[in-house]
Design a protein around this ligand. Sequence first.
Ligand code: XMP
Length: 323
Amino acid sequence: SWTTGNVIDEQVAAIREQVGDRRAICGLSGGVDSAVAAALVQKAIGSQLTCVYVDHGLMRKGETEQVEKDFVAATGVQLKVVDAQERFLNALKGVSDPEEKRKIIGREFIRVFEQAQAEIIADEGPAVEFLVQGTLYPDVVESGGGTGTANIKSHHNVGGLPEDLEFQLIEPLRKLFKDEVRMVGQELGLPEEIVQRQPFPGPGLGIRIVGEVTRERLDLLRDADAIAREELTAAGLDRDIWQCPVVLLADVRSVGVQGDGRTYGHPIVLRPVSSEDAMTADWSRLPYDVLAKISTRITNEVADVNRVVLDVTSKPPGTIEWE
Ligand code: XMP
């Protein structure tokens, strides 16, 4: 019968057999799937696994620390953190178009990740032949089976990585659904904040700033987002909503009055949604007192924000994210 204990024991044995005394690499995104996959492989092969976390500076408050400290504390994993904040900010300079932003973030991410991989491969030690991925059952079905190998091409000119390096994939979550992955993660002792994390897009806050992405705007949005999350959690609403993007309309200003004077600041949008699979969504009917608390706190505590607005659009026609 299915128990998380059985799944873990089976996978640990299978991974040990597959990897032998060679090494594996795993990219961590901060999300549930990669964290649980990494924790499982770590349990199986310990220091033969190295994880890579690219800090692109587009994460929410506390999330990078969650990976750097809490995840490492819970698993004992070897972690290589690449601070690429400057690089991403430079690459995004002057760019407002959503698709352009996504392309740049995706491209820079692959470059930084491949560079880190090349450095790990160049280290002393046994061959690195395995790449861990947090592929879930629904992903396997959607992509029609999967091939079991990944062809990492060194087309980005990252020194040290052989042409057409072939990794064998380790995908310990291939038979699991999301809720089962969360249970496995819990059994492995991962922190609640990681195991119960709501969906968050790979391009991060970069696609939640309507307008150019700058360090100041990221800091401002991080503060507003942290307040919204704190109040939603305090109200016990985390399980009721699918996710709640908090968006900064950096290209919009409106007039307000705060303290003794007139302000001309930016609006923050709250986008709480309920959904089953993110393909469709409805806007969440959050209690007014919770919305009021979030609005008051954001306008009081976050400089340059003088208005908080609520997105009451379902998907379709709106997407969940604004970009
Ligand atoms: P949309 O905005 O298309 O979002 O309704 C659907 C779900 O996908 C998430 N999302 C992303 N996740 N990389 C990701 O890993 C992305 O580029 C990306 N774009 C959107 C979004 O947060 C929502 O859960």
